[in-house]
Design a protein around this ligand. Structure first.
Ligand SMILES: Nc1nc2c(ncn2[C@@H]2O[C@H](COP(=O)(O)OP(=O)(O)OP(=O)(O)O)[C@@H](O)[C@H]2O)c(=O)[nH]1
Ligand SMILES: [Mg+2]
Length: 454
């Protein structure tokens, strides 16, 4: 039998209330013992004194609720004790539970039990984690849709159709002496192509899903003194980075988050790139190069008042193969003619440019929308369901390529047995999304990313 687990379900620290949650066969006995001995009534909130089970000393007053199995989050008996949010009291209450033979939970263990007891599937459990971790409303909205089972519903008809094909092939294997008749072979190919197209359609929403959930990494690079840190501060709207007229001010990377149209952006200010013999600075320059390579988008900052220098050209060369945007800074210092001349030079090279003044704030809004524009597809703005997990995306792709392989084998008139291998694999991959065909190891790995007490 499962043991009884206990955790603090609310954050640690002072708060108005703090909830201790028990789940498992002994939770009612433990909850009752802690709160005066009288057995709890299911689904009824009762105000009770919380007492030390040994000395009987009263340590708090709490609202206690018993969610009777199977109608609880985990499917087991769950008892929630809503104490006052004093860290000292809460620690004691958990301690008492441990003395009464409950065990502290592992991360995600409540959800794991819910999964084991059929209260939700794996994609739904992951959605709870994503909802809690969501940093924007858009990503919370996607998580709720997944939690409501939308993903599982989208997948079910696909799995059913795949299973239909598998059944036809399996029975051909059993009963037909010769190869599949030509017409049947073609119709199976058509069915499989439709299934595959459906899987790919769902997988194609991942770029948008990832954007909403994880956002973009944007790195500001350029030679020293062009105004990277000034621009960093201006975009954030706060004086986060040090700005001086001395070249080589920024020595190390600084990361900050900002939201542009509800898309989270991790903005990185870097050390100005130049040849240098200074040890600290040269480490900084190395790091800038790494930040550049890791970024989804690189903003190459130039100083309009100094034109394009040899160092600028070196930076521009470095980013040629990366997604980048040329930012012409310090518009307040030069005439429109100079700006236009430089702009057209870059346009000829096929590079996108934005012009700003970090000092006056001119052009900042335009720059912000230029930052996200290349990444926004129709999927982001449509109301459709989006795949947000890399794990799901990977499994969809694997299923799709297994099916593609099977279609190829059918075209070559290979035996059903061989065709079936890929189709069974595909079904297994799709099953791993919702957790029907997930191994113990995989579950442990997935649930270790959950927070304690969920
Ligand atoms: N007039 C004007 N001055 C600016 C503008 N942006 C930055 N500056 C000035 O340019 C100088 C360098 O700015 P920083 O933001 O420190 O430049 P940086 O690129 O971060 O330099 P390093 O950290 O040394 O690589 C400072 O004196 C800023 O005040 C601008 O738009 N207009
Ligand atoms: Mg700087």
């Amino acid at each position: 039998m499962a043991d009884t687990i206990v955790a603090l379900a609310t954050p640690t620290g002072r708060s108005s209330i703090g909830v201790v949650r028990l789940s498992g066969p002994e939770s009612v006995a433990i909850g009752s013992r802690l709160t005066g001995g009288e057995i709890l009534e299911p689904r009824r909130a009762s105000l009770r004194a919380v007492c030390d089970p040994e000395s009987g000393e009263e340590i708090d007053e709490a609202i206690v609720v018993w969610f009777k199995s199977p109608n609880s989050f985990t499917g087991e008996d769950v008892v929630e004790i809503a104490c006052h949010g004093s860290p000292v009291v809460l620690r004691h209450v958990i301690d008492f539970c441990l003395r009464l033979d409950a065990r502290l939970v592992e991360p995600g263990e409540f959800s794991l039990r819910a999964l084991a007891n059929g209260r939700m599937d794996l994609a739904e459990a992951e959605a709870i984690r994503d909802l809690i971790d969501a940093k924007t409303f858009a990503s919370a909205r996607q998580a709720v849709r997944q939690l409501r089972g939308e993903f599982s519903h989208e997948l079910q008809p696909i799995k059913d159709k795949l299973l239909d094909v598998i059944v036809v092939l399996e029975s051909a294997l059993e009963f037909v002496e010769d190869d599949l008749p030509e017409t049947q072979n073609t119709s199976i190919q058509t069915k499989l192509s439709a299934i595959r197209a459906n899987i790919q359609r769902i997988a194609s929403t991942f770029q948008a899903g990832k954007l909403i959930r994880e956002g973009l990494r944007v790195a500001l690079v350029g030679r020293p003194n062009v105004g990277k840190s000034s621009l960093f501060n201006a975009l954030l709207g706060s004086d986060r980075a040090i700005v001086t007229e001395i070249a080589g001010t920024t020595r190390d990377q600084i990361h900050e988050r900002l939201l542009v149209n509800d898309i989270p952006i991790s903005l990185i200010d870097t050390a100005g790139m130049r040849e240098t013999s200074d040890t600290v600075e040269s480490i900084g320059v190395e790091r800038s190069k790494r930040a550049m390579a890791d970024a989804d988008l690189v903003l190459v900052v130039l100083d309009l008042s100094e034109g394009i220098t040899r160092e600028d050209r070196a930076v521009l060369e470095n980013v040629a193969q990366l997604e980048h945007l040329v930012v012409l800074n310090k518009t307040d210092k030069v005439s429109d003619e100079i700006i236009d001349a430089l702009r057209s030079e870059f346009v000829q090279q096929g590079r996108s440019t934005a012009q700003v003044s970090a000092k006056t704030g001119d052009g900042l809004e335009n720059l912000k929308s230029m930052m996200i524009d290349p990444f926004i597809s129709e999927n982001v703005s449509s109301n459709g369901f989006l795949v947000t997990e890399a794990r799901h995306f990977d499994l969809l792709n694997r299923a799709s390529s297994e099916i593609a392989h099977s279609i190829e084998l059918l075209k070559q008139d290979r035996s059903e047995e061989i065709v079936l291998v890929g189709l069974h694999n595909a079904l297994r991959f799709l099953g791993q999304i919702t957790g029907e065909t997930t191994t113990e190891d995989m579950l442990t790995r997935i649930f270790s990313t959950f927070c304690i007490g969920k």
